[in-house]
Design a protein around this ligand. Structure first.
Ligand code: AMP
Ligand code: MG
Length: 290
C-alpha cells in the first residue's frame, strides 16, 4: 500500500493518535534497506520539480508540524537537499512579531504561500493558531474555535488557485522526545536548540495531543489532506514523506509547457549564426558585416 493511503487522515474521519505507533517502520528494519528508496524519491522529486517550475501553472505547499524535537528541521535538511533552490522556499513561523500580531492570523501565512511553479515548505504554520494558542489560552476559545473553518476556507482559496497542499504531523513518542532532548544536552553542537520552555511544554503533551486531534479531524480535506507520519525513526520518517511528496507531484499531471516560439525560425537563426550570417528583415540570410 502506498504511504499516501496508509498515513492519510481520512477527511471527516476520527483521529486517535494513541492508536498510531510512532516507532512503526513498515517492512524495513533499518536505514540500509530504506535508503535506496529515499534516494530514488529524491531523484524523482527533483525531476518533477523541474516540470513544476517550467510549467509554472501550479504550486505545492508542504506544511510541517510536530511537537518539540519532532524532526521538522531534519526533514527539511534531508529531503530538500535534492531540490533546486530556485523554486523552493522555506519559512519558519515563530511567535508572531508585533507587526504580524496587528493582522488576522492568516495574514503572515498568506504572504508566503508559493507562487506558481514553486514549492514552499512551512516549518510550523497557521496551525499554531489552533495548537500552541489553544493550549496556552493565548486567545479566548470563542476566537480559536472559529479558526478551523477559516483555515479550511483559506486552503480552499489556495487550492482553487492551483496550489496543492499537503500537511504532515511528525509523530514521535514522549520517550523519544526526552531522548532527543538528552542528545541536545550532551552534544555541544546541539545545545543551541534547547529552549527554556522544552520541559514545561512537555508537561502539556496530552493537551497538545487533544489540540492536534481536533485540528486533524476538522481540517483534513480532499484539497488539503493531513498525514500522520510515525517519526521515532528518522529514516522511516524521511522515507514516508519523500514518497508522499513524490506521489503528490506525480498526481499533479505536470508536463513541460509547449514552446511559444517558432522552432523552425529559431533553428534557421541558429544555423545562420553558426555560419557567421544574420537574417535580415525579409527573412533572408546575409553575410554579417564587420
Ligand atoms: P521553534 O520552532 O523551536 O523555533 O519555536 C518557535 C516557537 O514559536 C514555538 O514555540 C511555537 O509554538 C511558537 N509559535 C509559532 N507560531 C505561533 C503563534 N501563532 N502564536 C504563538 N506562538 C507561536
Ligand atoms: Mg523548539
Amino acid at each position: 500500500m502506498s504511504y499516501i493511503k496508509e498515513f492519510i487522515v481520512s477527511p471527516g474521519g476520527k483521529v486517535q493518535l494513541n492508536k498510531i505507533d510512532p516507532s512503526y517502520t513498515d517492512k524495513h528494519e533499518s536505514h540500509e534497506t530504506a535508503s535506496p528508496h529515499i534516494q530514488e524519491h529524491l531523484k524523482r522529486m527533483s525531476q518533477l520539480q523541474y516540470l513544476l517550475y517550467a510549467d509554472a501553472d501550479q504550486s505545492l505547499l508542504v506544511v510541517l508540524q510536530a511537537l518539540d524535537a519532532g524532526g521538522k528541521d531534519g526533514v527539511i535538511r534531508h529531503l530538500f537537499s535534492g531540490m533546486n533552490p530556485q523554486g523552493t522556499k522555506v519559512f519558519g513561523f515563530k511567535q508572531p512579531s508585533k507587526d504580524e500580531a496587528t493582522h488576522d492570523f492568516l495574514w503572515r501565512a498568506h504572504l508566503r504561500v508559493p507562487s506558481k511553479g514553486d514549492i514552499t515548505i512551512f516549518n510550523r504554520s497557521y496551525y499554531e493558531d489552533v495548537l500552541v494558542v489553544r493550549v496556552h489560552n493565548l486567545v479566548e476559545k470563542k476566537i480559536w474555535s472559529k479558526r478551523y473553518d477559516l483555515i479550511n476556507d483559506f486552503e480552499k482559496i489556495l487550492s482553487n488557485n492551483g496550489t496543492r497542499i499537503i500537511k504532515f504531523l511528525l509523530y514521535i513518542s514522549p520517550e523519544e522526545q526526552l531522548e532527543r532532548f538528552k542528545q541536545r544536552l550532551d552534544d555541544p553542537s546541539r545545545n543551541w536548540k534547547i529552549s527554556d520552555a522544552d520541559y514545561s511544554e512537555r508537561e502539556l503533551w496530552p493537551k497538545y495531543i487533544e489540540a492536534y486531534q481536533e485540528a486533524l479531524e476538522r481540517t483534513s480535506t480532499h484539497h488539503a489532506p493531513w498525514f500522520v507520519i510515525p517519526a521515532n525513526h528518522k529514516w522511516f520518517r524521511d522515507l514516508a514523506i519523500s514518497e508522499i511528496i513524490t506521489d503528490t507531484l506525480e498526481e499533479m499531471g505536470l508536463k513541460l509547457p509547449s514552446t511559444h516560439v517558432n522552432m523552425d525560425d529559431i533553428r534557421n537563426k541558429y544555423h545562420a549564426a553558426e555560419q557567421g550570417q544574420s537574417i535580415n528583415a525579409n527573412g533572408k540570410t546575409e553575410k554579417k558585416s564587420g
